[in-house]
Design a protein. Sequence first.
Lengths: 400, 499
Amino acid sequence: MVGSGSRRGWVTLAMGLALLGGCKSGDGPAVDTGAGFDRKAMLDNIAASVLAPAFATFADRADALVSAVTAHAAAQGADTAKRDAALAAWKAATLAWQRAEQMQLGPSASTASAGGEGLRDEIYSWPTVSACAVDQQIVAQGYSDPAFIENKLVNVYGLDALEYLLAHAAAENSCPSTAAINRDGEWAAIAAAEVTKRRADYALVAAQALAKTARALADKWDASKDNFGAKLGGAGSDSSPYKTLDLAVDALFSAMYYVDYVVKDLKVEIPGGLSTNCQTDCANQRESRWANHSKENIVANLEALQAIYRGGDKPGALGFDDWLEARGAKQLAADLDADITAAIAAANKVSPTLGEAIANSPADVTALQQALKRITDKLNNDFVVALKVTIPPLGAGDAD
Amino acid sequence: MTTTTPLRITLALALVTLLAVSSSGCSDDTNSTPADGGGDATRADGTGADGGTPTLPETYTFASRFVSGESSVVHSGQSGRHLLIEEIKRFIGELTDTSYASPKAGDVVADLMFFYDFKNAGGTEGEKIKFAPAGGGSAKQATFGDVGEIVSLHEKMPDIESVVGWTAGTAGWGDGSVKPSDLVKQWFGAVETLVLARINDANIPKDPSGKDIASPYLSADGIDYEELIVKFLLGAVALSQAADKYLDDDKDGQGLLSDNTKAVAGKPYTALEHAWDEGFGYFGAAHDYSAYTDEEIAGAGGRDGYKNGWYDSDADGKVDLGREINWGASVNAGKRDLGAKAKTDFSKQAFEAFVAGRHLIRSIDGAPSSAQLDMLRGYRDAALGAWEKAIAATAVHYINDVLQDMAKFGNTDYSFASHAGHWSELKGFTLSLQFNPRSPLTAAKLGELHQKIGDKPVLPGASNVAEYKTALLAARDILKDAYGFDAQNVGDADGNNGW
């Protein structure tokens, strides 16, 4: 039950998900629940073919984002074409990161999980975001402090803050009238051109920090460097944070579970008005409110899920579908793959943006939710029964 | 509760086990709860119906003497208050810098008062319960009306003039004579001050390293108001109401001196039966608590179906928040038993005493004799004693956590948020120790304990780190001596190797 907890601090999405892998109790000597299937080979393949490349791609696109934002800032934010280019670079980087969102294990996951270093929130902290907090930093010019990234909360930097800084060009800020920047006239006292310039300068600081973290994360997965993939597949060895192969598999399964807690629940059901957990202003709780990139994000999430499930796209590559088949669940393996494909199609059918679809074609949003639910129903039931993996709990438990 | 031995025990054995530290544990029996918990009737002389030694029911289940086929166990008000404490915990824990679009003075306090004084603050039967059983459990009750009574925490706060342990003049808390209820309101105000400063003024408190503090309910001086408030309420409402009212025997017609000769009008129980049930309800144990292992009570693992701290005893697919889940102190008892280096069984002792006392009341046809009342007092003392020991042991656990946190000062693995959380739980639990009138912790020792713990943690960079560690060790010794804890459970000078 409840009680109290030292699950203190910024209880972030990453933390909630990342704790998942460490929750299985029976971590004694490894028991081969693979039933003859080579799970280590599957983990090795997924790490090398899907996970590591995703982090490397993101690092490259984060570098490209820095270049585009540098040009944008050099123009003091006033060149629309350069701002558009910077926003396009943000979208490219975000598409890459949204694949990695579905891969929260190891270094990107919470420090409370096996091998976790908490890098995910440094890169992208949604739903822990605050446009007002970003505006407050624009007024204070806090981003000019060399220790800004180190000392400030994750909701004022990363891809989420960059989205607001690059996509929100209006003169207004997002703070309430009670906030000092409005109440005391601080925002109004700044000329519009200066606001534009500060947004661009701030974006450059955030982009540079992002690229640095992205590269560090990519290096941790790079087979020629830290090679975390070897630690995943090497569960049980002294160099691996996973004591058993079961725990390593559970960590990956927990990452896949993002499709349930986050994609279905937070990205679709809440903004779509399909959850009792939201009563008012639900549509504005969509993931990408400023750049209207929510639909594309969901598609990227699902494509990454399918890549993990299939073990990549190389012929014969081992994935969870192969494991299911080895367990005699061939029909389930095919059905789940078809469900993911169908969900991707349903997401693409949402048009032109999630926000507009919520307003104008809600049936498409409901169809997407139902397509996602078909996936999560299978994951929660037949999948865990067949593979004996552990359904991750929501967030951390109480510690007292 | 760790063994696989069935719990069916004799009253005589129960007395022995209740009044001494037992090393046995609870059953792993997973049988569903019977309509009545079983057991033989107890005669007025304490023997069984056949003149031999009576057996106790395995569960806290007692059929009505007055209404055929109906249970006489009702504690919906207590379940409702445990839920309200959970709602306060959830509400504070979910606060973020975007929780309020445009907050004004009074907004946050009003939202907290809604749960604190639910019954008198606009709470209705239709109010949806947001609390969800761990591990994806589905609650049987969807609204507070489904739980039963619409209740208030505020109106159940102890009517004492001053909380011992919150020093006058520190942290702006009045003149040192703050009542428990007002103290909670002051803490709500402190949360609001933090929230408004963050959202309206971009005034984010900084931790000792200069980093912005993430949680709105966490102050720069290391007070985690979520933990402080919730743990204080578990003592000021749950323990206090049980120890000082429902299980007390200082007022005619109340608590153990309640009537047991007839049913309360329109109810299936006597006033004495109900008083005992209300005390049990505040302890918070599931009715088949004895079927859980310590690990399961703690929600730390165990069998499917039990491992999240609840069990669907009637197999209806839902978790009955009134009798199929463990709340509050009953969870702490299991956690401490689980973490004990030298075996303890607070969970078993408390539950068996509650069952034995209720069984005795159920078996008496009329007013208890003097001897029966003495026996009932014995069960009461055993139940509350184990309950309070679980709280005190949890305080020892948090002293150890704080010592471990302080050992990390200057290291990269130091966490300000964890440190603040641990200290605030320590403070909340130790403030709770003043609410049992029969506490083995004397008033003098209670005051001494709080002088050593202080009103806020000592943070990195402070000049009195070594002195404070020494004070915490002394505080731990006060608890060890007052409650007779085994030295093995208390831990070493670094806060390791104990609870």
